[in-house]
Design a protein around this ligand. Structure first.
Ligand code: GCW
Length: 734
């Protein structure tokens, strides 16, 4: 017995000795807010005291708490709250409270005038002749954002005396959409259960909610829709309003408003009305009462997000009304409280139309095309929505595919505020298994030139309302769950981060964002930053290549959307089948969206339409999105289309192998925990990339009847093998 005790003691001493001083487990929980000790060289002029000028508030408290936490980590010192500035003190001050003894107060005031309600200014200044760091803003939330921004710079390795920032968000509405169900399952969630513990709310508040608020505020995200767009009526019952109110209370100091997704037929389902017709006064009165009830519990409630008449959800069309009728009725209930409606444009044809199409009634020149349907329903409603309605449009016209051209609605509704909807969770890009940094994808869509009215106007500018004064917003379908690292994998955190940063400023560059994220998440060591940024920047294109190169889309498995299934042709709706999208046969492959096909190109501005109407002027990355071409179509590369397709699939797989090799070289620079986690995922990604490549090539080879080009490795298994795979327990299935 004594021997055992001695052994245990020795083992314990050894274990403790093995943990380096100050080491914290790198389990990803802290996201990019790790605040690891600064190198000595960077410690000069870093404040060790703080002075908050003027009255305090929960938001200023939050800023102070973050600064203390941050500096505690960065310096290993407790930050002193001082009544008077001393050398290097960090001064937090609203514009209205700027201390008279601030040397350059007039310049600060002038700068603040440009920064709006949420912007911030950070600079070195002199107070009573003492050098200080000033964080100033017009409102408390700016002080919080400024504090985070300043801490970010320190984490990036910027010397304290060199930090000078002035920033304001370019969009007022920067929102996460949680597709979280009331039973804590998450539709298309790959990071564990929902972080919202609905069952335990409102009495029990998970400390994680606060860390969620911090992480989002650090990016400037200012809204969150708590529940799935495939919503349940119960979420508007009193118990869930109380639960949402508890969450709202925690998020409020961080500048984050709570919104709810609502089900169109809620009053009917709760048996409180006899209809859900938006023009029925009884229905409108119910929603008004419901809005009043919500605002009694959540005075700053943001509003509703609605998925109506889409994928089986009820909506105003059930009563012969249109989307504007529906959205406006809800908007009028919210308007007295300054609430908004975010009405989704993710709709496609009615079952009857789709059935007609699936019976092969397509006439030449008029083939059915799901990609055209949202435009067909929404464009005629431009200008018909109430002021507090925003139409939320997915980045592309199909469905969050690895690559889509920008949705034509962005160029077609100048009289309606539009919201961009990105999907941060990687439903179609390898779940949380594959490393795919989405920054370049977000940037690609935001930068798409709509050419409204013949002028150059990017999607980002449209959403900002630059041309028509209809200011919109941006939403991201969250990839957040209760898994320890929040997003299911380390690199998936970067997608949350990139979304938040681009929501704040669409002009930021995705490469710079990747670098910034990596510096905070791993370390600002250049030997690490260059390769990590490189891996991230090539990752999304790799996924495109091994899943859906050259503009192919919607080739994934049914329902769960995991893995390749280009052969699927038996689903109830024609436009749920991969064969509907790729149309591969002996004579060619691709979807003709040109004038002789579905003419989807006509939904873009004339210059854009002209470019996409011809294969010669369509970028190769979108070729098969817009055109159906013979296999021997000559590509710019000199290869035939078939050879090019094969080469792309191979290139995608090779890219993953290269990413893997690059990661292996980083072993000495990354903690063992995260190194191993990423290495395992990359290995799995490589296996799955090969699977995609093999299954798709086996299928397209059969469809085309063509041999593989010389020297190309044949698929590892016969096509039948790939067709036989099934995944009944894949995660995230709605
Ligand atoms: O991409 C599809 C998803 C559904 C989702 C839908 C939507 C919430 O497969 O799970 O439903 O889009 O955006 O409404």
């Amino acid at each position: 017995m004594r021997g055992l005790l001695r052994w245990l003691r020795a083992a314990l001493v050894l274990a403790v000795a093995c943990i380096p001083m100050g080491a914290v487990a790198e389990d990803g929980y802290q996201l990019w807010l790790r605040y690891r000790p600064l190198p000595d060289a960077q410690r000069a002029h870093v404040p060790d005291s703080i002075l908050a000028v003027g009255v305090t508030s929960p938001t200023v408290e939050a800023a102070r708490a973050e600064l203390r936490r941050g500096l505690q980590g960065l310096l290993g010192r407790e930050l002193a709250l001082v009544p008077q500035a001393r050398a290097n003190t960090l001064v937090l001050a609203r514009g209205a409270d700027l201390p008279a003894a601030l040397d350059d107060a007039p310049a600060v005031r002038a700068a603040l005038r440009q920064l709006g309600n949420e912007g911030y200014l950070v600079r070195r200044a002199r107070l009573n002749g003492v050098p200080v760091t000033l964080v100033a803003a017009n409102a408390d939330i700016g002080l919080l954002y400024g504090s985070f921004a300043w801490l970010r710079q320190l984490q990036l390795g910027t010397p304290a005396e060199g930090i000078a920032l002035a920033s304001r968000p370019t969009l007022p509405l920067r929102v996460l959409n949680h597709w979280d169900n009331l039973d804590r399952s998450v539709e298309r969630g790959y990071a564990g259960e929902s972080i919202w513990n609905w069952w335990e709310l409102p009495g029990i508040l998970d400390p994680r909610y606060l860390d969620y608020a911090r992480a989002n505020a650090s990016l400037g995200i200012n809204g969150t829709v708590l529940n799935n767009v495939n919503a349940k009526a119960e979420v508007l019952g009193a118990p869930f309003i109380a639960k949402a109110a508890a969450v709202a209370g925690l998020l409020r100091p961080y500048g984050i408003k709570v919104y709810l997704s609502v089900r169109w037929s809620t009053p009917l389902e709760l048996k409180e009305t006899r209809s859900a017709d938006p023009l029925d006064p009884e229905v409108a009165a119910w929603w008004k009462r419901k809005a009043d009830e919500i605002y009694r519990s959540i005075p700053d409630f943001g509003g509703f997000l609605v998925k109506a008449n889409s994928e089986g959800q009820p909506g105003p069309q059930d009563y012969g009304r249109n989307h504007a009728d529906g959205a406006n009725m809800l908007a009028r209930a919210l308007a007295p409280h300054q609430g908004i409606v975010m009405w989704r444009a993710f709709v496609y044809a009615s079952p009857e139309e789709a059935r007609a199409a699936s019976k092969g009634k397509d006439a030449p020149g008029a083939i059915h095309d799901r990609a055209t349907e949202a435009y067909a329903q929404f464009q005629p409603l431009d200008g018909k929505f109430d002021k507090n309605v925003l139409v939320q449009v997915k980045n592309g016209a199909i469905d969050f595919q690895p690559r889509e051209p920008a949705h034509p609605l962005f160029g077609a509704m100048p009289r309606t505020p539009l919201m961009m909807e990105f999907q941060i969770t990687k439903e179609y890009l390898g779940f949380a298994t594959h490393l795919a940094y989405l920054g370049p994808m977000f940037q690609e869509t935001l930068g798409f030139d709509t050419r409204i009215g013949g002028r150059s106007l990017s999607v980002a500018q449209v959403v900002r309302g630059e041309q028509a004064g209809r200011v919109g917003g941006i939403a991201g379908v969250a990839n957040i769950g209760s898994s320890r690292n929040w997003s299911g994998s380390t690199f998936d955190q970067a997608n949350w981060y990139a979304f938040g940063r681009l929501a704040w400023d669409q002009g930021l560059d995705s490469r710079a964002i990747a670098r910034e994220w990596a510096a905070q998440t791993f370390s600002p060591d250049r030997r690490l930053l260059d390769p990590v940024t490189d891996i991230m920047m090539r990752s999304r294109e790799a996924v495109v290549d091994y899943m859906t190169p050259l503009g192919l889309h919607h080739l994934m498995g049914t329902g769960h959307h995991h893995g390749p299934a280009p052969w699927v042709d038996n689903l109830e709706r024609a436009d749920w089948n991969p064969v509907y999208y790729h149309r591969a046969g002996r004579d060619g492959i691709g979807f003709d969206r040109g004038p002789r096909g579905s003419n989807a190109v006509a939904q873009y501005a004339p210059e854009v339409a002209r470019r996409f109407a011809s294969p010669a002027t369509t970028p190769p990355s979108l070729l098969l999105w817009f055109h159906r071409l013979p296999w021997d179509h000559r590509m710019a590369s000199g290869r035939t289309l078939w050879e090019e397709l094969v080469a792309r699939y191979d290139h995608g797989v090779a890219e993953v192998a290269a990413m893997q090799a690059e990661w292996q070289r980083l072993r000495p620079l990354v903690d063992a925990e995260r190194f191993e986690e990423v290495a395992q995922r990359l290995a799995q990604q490589h296996r799955e990339a090969q699977w995609w490549r093999d299954a798709c090539l086996a299928y397209f080879q059969q469809a085309s009847g063509l041999p593989l080009p010389a020297g190309v490795r044949p698929p590892a298994q016969p096509l039948e093998h790939y067709r036989s795979l099934s995944f009944p327990y894949a995660p995230g299935h709605g």
